[in-house]
Ligand binder design. Sequence first.
Ligand code: NAD
Length: 353
Amino acid sequence: MPKVRVAVNGYGTIGKRVADAVVRQPDLELVGVAKTRPDFGARRAVDRGYPLFVAGAGSPEKFAAAGLPVAGRLSELLAKADVVVDASPEEVGRENRALYAAAGLRAVYQGGEEADVAEASFNALANYDAGRGKRSLRVVSCNTTGIARAAAVLLRRWGVKHWEVTLVRRAADPGESKRGPINGIVPTFEMPSHHGPDARTVVPDLSIATTAVVVPTTLMHVHVNHVRLARPPASSSELVAAFRSTPRFHVFAPWEGVDGTPQVMEYARDRAGREPAATADMMENVLWEKGIRLDGEDAYFFQAIHQESIVVPENVDAIRAMFDLAPDGPTSIATTDRALGLGAPARAGAAPR
Ligand code: NAD
């Protein structure tokens, strides 16, 4: 079967990672990436051999002046593709919709867009089947992806009566220098925050209420979860085992000495050197065994979310669902994760060698 040809429009934090993930998949082909400006990110695309196209109001002359060869304009890239992953800034994806429709292309949008930008919102563990055969999908945001994955684990086994989450949000991505706060904790006065309703776009009827604060860190978000389960298990260890045995979860054992997000990201960087396919990202929901507790029908757990990369495998699965390239969600997830060097859950928690 010919590979599905993928264009990536918007080559920033998410777009560059999605492009890197696409080239590793056995059934997908990256036909090019589009960027508005000739900066170090554009140089990265050229260095990796990705055909580079000029998006939006960008000027091919400026790319040429920077010594960056371009293969054409966005319209030429779209003409070569079966599907476009839009990773342009928040709300620009909606503006790009008309371009994709004119090119007769299927499209995957990101969580910065409102849900009605696409036919359905998507998360591979929570609602893979809802994406099958669709012409457009929206991969929900990083925080919503984390919640949707955890919901998939909890709902199937024990049911959820009600879920309260406090999201401790990173202030900026590591590559950004214009966002803050750099000191202080900033409450989000929208209560509940938009994350709960967003989670319901992939897990309908979920009883969830979210509140959020922004803190001066760039590494990861952390969710503080309190879930009242409908049919609770007998012990915390069943919760730990459920998370540990689910793809796209990584549970740190107490002996690993991972106190917080700094060690999580250090682990990711170390793993990149050890596993040939792995990147220096942490695409899994990260939990701590010590931070998973059952008290009667109440489950408590912390989870950390690497905002720069958690949605990357979901974009790959979204494409697979749209083109019905896999018999089911678990097969697509396994294919994606193998190609990305994920799958640490099997090893996490093993005794030190
Ligand atoms: P980014 O700013 O890092 O990258 C966006 C890229 O798009 C930049 O390279 C920019 O130059 C380019 N661009 C600007 N205008 C364009 C246009 N008209 N056409 C094509 N490209 C254009 O943004 P990001 O963080 O990668 O976010 C992209 C999307 O992913 C947003 O919807 C965002 O909400 C969502 N998202 C971001 C994160 C995160 O934490 N960074 C996590 C999950 C989802």
